[in-house]
Structure formats: structure tokens, C-alpha cells
Design a protein around this ligand. Structure first.
Ligand code: 26W
Length: 754
């Protein structure tokens, strides 16, 4: 019955039978159909509403996800099959928006899914970047950046008639609202509100991703985080942020007013979550707008503090945004008097200079957030502890009650149900479907961990997923993977603290051992996915070294069978959905204390990979959940690392000179083999950086990493059933890492919706 109705609608939207229609026409019809079905699940807006403001929403492709959430995935698949069409082919046609860098943006997307699934009233606010971050391709073993096109006629972001005036550098522009409907799993529909300017001109992009950074009206929303290594780029970031928060704040006030707020009681109508410091200007902007409505400054400050909450996602100082007063004076002169008054209030609240907002003519955005919101949270227990004890200790002393932890989570709808249908169906056959909405039910799997048949099936599913990844890689990059090997995957932004370079040194070591006649216990396919920020030189050098090393391996017939490096081009959500289900060993090897949480670690665990990791971010909580026998932990503790930084006595050269294995691996970067296939400049720079700086302390962890990874490979090759048992134990304990749990905690402690 359902099928007939859907088919009728699709046929009418296509204007012809599904058999006759092209994939493009069917995709278009499905988009319209899903949008109209989604809108039917919009509910009346009552009570307090959450606004999640974020510069990034890494939402991934939406078709399958929406079909699953609307409960019609299987129906649509069957209807298409009956007409000789294939849903997977349609999924391939969708262009993925790259509206984020990594974890922070993907977290925001998972949160929107969980908020709607839990039937909470909550919308996202962000920007409609035309080309997202960038599209990555490799040429001559180097990363190249081009625009990542996603806007087309078949686009999930609907243009609206709604606009808000925004003052940029004293000139008024019109911010236009676009809407993406966010479906909950068997739940309500909310919105993702994305702002843009009508005046953007995509044709000003020249070679690669270069464009005239001074033409604000034409370039403002072209890219996410355009290169901020120069002044024009930094100003552009401020323009972007202000467009987002000013339009966002106007939308919030307008909606609350419509629902009955007189602004004095704004806290009964709105909760605003500030996702890292990028949207921090929402605080002075709201105060400015409330003053325009006749509210006194003191009261406006109070209202904003009741409404806003701030999430910190990093302790890396370069990511804690600080804007020069002179830059803000240029772009948002209307905010500077307010920020100065807020600085005075902050200085009255505490005589500790470190907690001031303006220091040496620089505005510390995070400081403003902490003073003028009622909650500051970290994103994993360890991260929150470090914030309280060191990075933000002065603020914790001032406002102990504001600080709280919200360990990150992921949506199981996308990261299991959609991306790993075989595993999902198998789990359902064992414990039913309850875990779709109640993730802790996965613990029921513990009853099966000694069942040989179950473990055998789990092994087969992993094999199937590895085969699928191989098929995809062959098609995408013409690379064939050794399916019998262990698949280790490190996929995340490229950053020195995440230490892809440590993995590189391991691979070199393994290669040299094979050359010396010491074969590893199992062949290894080492897969990477990573984009490097366009201006981050050393990160790009690491990509270059990995690609070059991969050539070296491929050229060597004897080594090739044992070792393979695969760099997945343009790593994004869709690539992750293919890679994660196929992983045996999940590489989470950041320098302890530096990875706030990580969320990839949770996705791999849920899909039955074992973690090789340091005691960092949420790895700590994963280790607690699964127990030490079911995870491979190595390396210095966060305490040791923090101490080393405090003492400032780490000397990379000493480690290099005292460990022959390490020295041999590091020097191979500039060996004849590498130089003959790579660029001398890139390789020498990386070599030099490692031995003279190694700011993220790869050398002290090198040996522990070799040993632990060797153990993991040995266990994997010795007893595949035991490995599968450990994988099942990981899946069974993944429930805590559902973003439904995270959102329930945000709501319980911070938002108080319903
Ligand atoms: C300067 C601008 C800037 C700085 C840092 C923009 C973006 C970033 C990062 C990409 C922010 C980020 O993604 N942080 C990650 O947030 C995740 C979700 O909480 C955490 O799991 C990761 O550990 C953290 O690195």
C-alpha cells in the first residue's frame, strides 16, 4: 500500500514512469518527495527552542539518511528495483556539501540528527558556503585544492524569501536565509538555517581556490575558513562570522517574539549553544539588538548570559580565536563599544588580568564566551579536566559552577544503520532493533561473545566490507587493495598533533625490517584520509612523504605483498562511510592531552574495529568502556606530556641520536629512494622539522607505538576468532557514544527544553 502510494507520487513528480525516467529525473523527484514528507513532520513551536550556532555543519549526503529517518528506505529501494533502477546509483549522484573541516562540523550534524530524533525543538544556524572547504586531489604526490562544488538544481538547501539586514564595515547588506530540513529518526523535523548573500560571484575564483579577498560582497561565503595567513584572509573570517551571528541573532529574536517573548523573558524562549569561538560575536550582537529594542545594557547582559552556553573543542592555542581590536573596528565598528563595556564588566568581576577580554589590544573570544554564558563545556572527560586544571584554570576558579563535561557522541543512524547495512542487519538478528533509538541495548551483544557462529559471521561481514572498499577504491582511484591484509585506517584532518607522521615513521620502519628479511606477522594495508589546511606547510609535507613512500612500496615487488599505503583523495563524510566499516585497526594516535575528544574513534569502534591509541580525548573513555584487553593503548600520558611542555626540556635531537631504529626511520625520509620519487624541498623540510622541533613529541612515543602495533598485528594474524570477539565487545560497549546520550545530557544540564 505504502509502496503504491510512493510510486504514484514519484511517477507524478517525474512526469513519466520510473522505468522511462533517467536517474537524474528520479533523483529530482525523490528530493521533492522527501522534502514534502519532511515538512509534514514539522511540529508547532512551543516553549523554549534551541539554536545551535556553528560555522560548520558537515552534514554529508542527505538522501539515504532522510529516507532512513522517514522510515521509507526499504520501500523506496524496492520500488526502484522493480523498475530496474538502483538506489545506490542515485546515492552516488548526490553532491556532498563540504561545509566543515572535521570533527566539530560533523559533531554539529550528528547533534541535529539526535535533537530531531529525541523530538526536541532545535535548529542549526550557519553559513551557506558555495564551495565548502575545498576539493582535494593529488598531483605529483602533492595536495592540490580546487573548489568543491555542491550547489546545483538538485540541492537540499531551499532558498527562502526571508532576509535580514546586516551592517558590514558600515555598509548594509542583505543576508538571505536558506533552509535544509533536518529529519529525526521516527521523529520530528527541524531546520538547518544557512545564510548567504545574493551578491556572491563564483566567477571571481581564479586558479585553484585563489580569489580577491578584498571583494567582500562577491566572496564572503565562497569558502569555509579561507586562508587566514594574511590580513585580508583574517578580515574575511570576521566578516563571515558576523554575517552568521547577526542574521542568526535577528532570526532568533524574531522567532521568539512571534512565539510570545517580550525579550525580557528571552530565556524562556531560547537557548543558544555557541559551537567553539567562531560564533562568539553573537554575544555582543544580541546585546546590541536588545538595546535597540529598548533594554538597558545591564539587563541585556543578564539576558544573554542566561540564554547562551559555550562549547570548547580544543586547547590548541592557535585555535582559540583572538581578534585584534583594529580588525574588529574595521569590520564591526558597532560591536566594539559593547565589547569594551563587556571587558569592563569582566574586569569588575575579577581582578585577575588573565580573565580580561581585551588584552594588549586583542579581543579574546573564548574569554567573552565564558564570562557571558551560563555554561562552558569540554567535549570529553579528560579534555574538560584539562580545561579546568590548566588551560582555563583562572576561569574555573571564578565560575566553578559554569564548567561541565559533555562527552561527544555520533549518530548511529548514519554511522551504523546507513553505512554498514550488513552489520546492522546481523545485530538486529541477534538483539532486535531496539538499539536504533536506545543505543545501550547494544550491550545485549555481550551474551554472544563466545558464540563461534556469531564470531564467524562477524568475520565474514568485515571481509565483505573490505571487499566493498576495494571495489570503491578501484573505481575512484584505480588502486587495488590486498583484501587479505589487515586494514589499519587513520582518517581525520591532517595536523601534527594527530601525528600522521608517527604512522609514517612506523611504515618506514616496517619497510626497512622487511628489506632486512624480517617479515611482519600479517600483510598490512595502511589507509589514510586527510585534508591539510592550504597554508599549513608541514601538514602538506607529511602528505607528500606518505604519497612518496607509497610509491616506494609499490615499486618494490618483494615489499608490495606485505605493505601498502593508500591515500584516499578528498576525504569527506561519504568516503568515511565506505572506509569505517572496512577497518580492522583504528589509529587514534594523537599526542596525549591534545585531541579534545575525537569522534572517528567512536565510529570505528561501533563498526567493529579495535583501537590503537594513546590515552587522549575520548580514547580514555573508550578504554574504560571496553577494558584494557580489548584496546591497544600506548604512549606517554597527558600528565607526562603536560609536564614536558611545562619544563620545556623536550629535545627531539637527543631522542633521535640515542635510538638507532628511530634515527634510521627518520633519515629514510631523505634517503635516495625517497628523493628519487619525491621533492627534495618537502622531504628535507619535514626531516628538519622532526629532528629540530617535533613539537608534538612523536619521538618519545615511537618505540611504544612500534611494539603495540606489532602486538596488534600479531594477535590479528594468530587468532581471528579472538580478534572478532574483541571487536564484538567493542560494538557492545559503543552505546555510550551515541549522540542521543550526549544530547540528552545537554538538554538535562544546559538547555532544559520541553
Ligand atoms: C582557527 C579556526 C579553527 C580552529 C580549529 C577552525 C576549526 C578548528 C578545528 C577544526 C575544530 C575541531 O574540529 N575540533 C575538533 O572538535 C571535535 C568535536 O568536538 C573533537 O572531537 C576533536 O577532538 C577536535 O579537534
Amino acid at each position: 500500500m505504502m509502496n503504491l502510494e510512493i510510486e504514484k507520487q514519484l511517477t507524478s513528480l517525474c512526469g513519466k514512469t520510473l522505468k522511462e525516467a533517467s536517474n537524474q529525473e528520479i533523483y529530482h523527484a525523490l528530493l521533492l518527495y522527501v522534502q514534502s514528507e519532511s515538512k509534514k513532520k514539522i511540529q508547532k513551536e512551543e516553549g523554549r527552542k534551541l539554536y545551535y550556532i556553528s560555522a560548520e555543519f558537515l552534514i554529508g549526503k542527505l538522501l539515504s539518511n532522510n529516507l532512513i529517518n522517514l522510515g521509507i528506505y526499504e520501500d523506496v529501494k524496492e520500488i526502484l528495483n522493480n523498475s530496474g533502477k538502483n538506489l545506490a546509483d542515485l546515492e552516488e549522484m548526490e553532491l556532498e556539501p563540504s561545509l566543515g573541516n572535521g570533527g566539530l562540523g560533523r559533531l554539529a550534524a550528528c547533534f541535529l540528527d539526535s535533537i530531531a530524533t529525541l523530538n526536541l525543538l532545535g535548529d542549526g544556524i550557519g553559513l551557506r558556503y558555495h564551495f565548502g572547504l575545498f576539493h582535494q586531489n593529488f598531483k605529483n604526490n602533492l595536495q592540490n585544492e580546487t573548489p568543491d562544488i555542491w550547489l546545483s538544481d538538485d540541492c537540499w538547501a531551499e532558498k527562502t524569501d526571508v532576509t535580514y539586514p546586516v551592517m558590514l564595515a558600515g555598509k548594509e547588506v542583505k543576508a538571505r536565509l536558506y533552509t535544509i530540513y533536518v529529519t529525526g529518526y521516527e521523529g520530528r523535523t527541524n531546520r538547518l538555517n544557512l545564510f548567504d548573500l545574493d551578491t556572491i560571484d563564483e566567477s571571481i575564483v581564479e586558479e585553484g581556490i585563489c580569489f580577491d579577498k578584498s571583494k567582500i560582497l562577491e566572496n564572503l561565503t565562497l569558502f569555509l575558513y579561507p586562508d587566514d595567513s594574511d590580513e585580508a584572509g583574517r578580515l574575511l573570517r570576521i566578516y563571515q562570522q558576523y554575517l552568521m551571528v547577526s542574521a542568526g541573532a535577528q532570526l532568533i529574536l524574531e522567532e521568539c517574539h512571534k512565539r510570545g517573548s517580550n525579550y525580557h523573558d528571552l530565556k524562556d524562549y531560547a537557548a543558544i549553544q555557541i559551537n567553539d569561538t567562531h560564533p562568539s560575536m553573537v554575544i555582543p550582537e544580541l546585546i546590541r539588538l536588545l538595546e535597540e529594542k529598548g533594554i538597558e545594557f545591564e539587563e541585556a547582559v543578564e539576558i544573554v548570559e542566561q540564554v547562551c552556553a559555550y562549547t570548547n573543542h580544543t586547547i590548541l592555542s592557535e585555535a582559540l580565536e583572538k581578534w585584534p581590536v583594529s580588525s574588529l573596528e574595521k569590520v564591526v565598528p558597532q560591536l566594539m563599544p559593547i565589547i569594551k563595556k563587556l571587558d569592563e564588566v569582566a574586569r569588575k568581576r575579577s581582578d585577575n588580568e588573565n580573565t580580561a577580554i581585551i588584552l594588549n589590544d586583542v579581543v579574546h573570544m573564548a574569554h567573552m564566551d565564558i564570562h557571558f554564558s551560563h555554561s562552558t563545556n569540554g567535549v570529553a572527560q579528560l579534555h574538560t579536566d584539562i580545561l579546568k586544571e590548566s588551560e582555563l584554570a583562572d576561569f574555573y576558579a571564578l565560575y566553578p559552577d559554569k564548567f561541565n563535561n559533555k562527552t561527544n557522541g555520533i549518530t548511529f543512524r548514519r554511522w551504523l544503520i546507513a553505512c554498514n547495512p550488513k552489520l546492522c542487519a546481523f545485530i538486529e538478528s541477534l538483539i532486535g532493533k531496539g538499539f536504533h533509538k536506545n543505543a545501550s541495548e547494544l550491550e545485549k551483544l555481550l551474551d554472544h561473545v563466545n558464540d563461534e557462529k556469531v564470531l564467524g559471521e562477524l568475520i565474514q561481514i568485515k571481509k565483505h566490507n573490505k571487499h566493498q572498499l576495494n571495489v570503491w577504491m578501484k573505481k575512484k582511484q584505480g588502486i587495488e587493495l590486498n583484501e587479505d591484509a589487515m586494514f589499519s585506517i587513520q582518517s581525520k584532518r591532517l595536523h601534527e598533533y594527530k601525528r600522521q607522521q608517527l604512522n609514517l615513521l612506523f611504515l618506514i620502519h616496517q619497510y626497512l625490517e622487511i628489506k632486512n628479511g624480517h617479515k611482519p606477522s600479517v600483510p598490512l594495508v595502511s589507509i589514510f584520509g586527510a585534508k591539510a589546511a592550504p597554508a599549513y606547510t608541514i601538514a602538506k609535507d607529511i602528505i607528500h612523504a606518505l604519497l612518496t613512500l607509497s610509491n616506494v612500496f609499490n615499486e618494490d615487488e618483494a615489499v608490495k605483498k606485505w605493505l601498502q599505503i593508500v591515500m584516499v583523495e578528498n576525504y569527506n563524510v561519504s568516503a568515511a562511510e565506505k572506509m569505517i566499516p572496512a577497518c580492522d585497526l583504528s589509529e587514534q594516535i594523537s599526542l596525549a592531552s591534545k585531541e579534545a575528544s575525537g569522534t572517528g574513534n567512536m565510529k570505528f569502534m561501533l563498526n567493529g574495529a579495535l583501537t590503537l591509541g594513546t590515552m587522549d580525548g575520548a580514547n580514555v573513555e573508550i578504554a574504560q568502556a571496553v577494558g584494557n584487553d580489548n584496546i591497544f593503548i600506548f604512549g606517554a600520558s597527558s600528565k607526562q606530556v603536560i609536564e614536558r611542555y611545562q619544563k620545556n626540556d623536550y629535545c627531539a635531537l637527543d631522542w633521535y641520536e640515542s635510538d638507532p631504529n628511530l634515527k634510521r626511520a627518520v633519515d629514510f625520509i631523505i634517503s635516495d629512494e625517497m628523493l628519487s620519487m619525491g621533492n627534495e624541498e618537502n622531504l628535507r623540510r619535514l626531516h628538519h622539522e622532526l629532528i629540530h622541533k617535533d613539537w608534538f613529541q612523536t619521538f618519545p612515543d615511537f618505540n611504544a607505538y612500534l611494539v603495540r602495533k606489532g602486538q596488534a598485528m600479531e594477535e590479528y594474524s594468530r587468532d581471528e576468532k579472538l580478534w572478532a570477539k574483541k571487536a564484538l565487545i567493542n560494538i557492545a560497549h559503543a552505546g555510550f557514544f551515541s549522540s542521543d546520550r550526549t544530547i540528552e545530557e545537554y538538554n538535562r544540564d544546559i538547555w532544559h527544553l520541553h
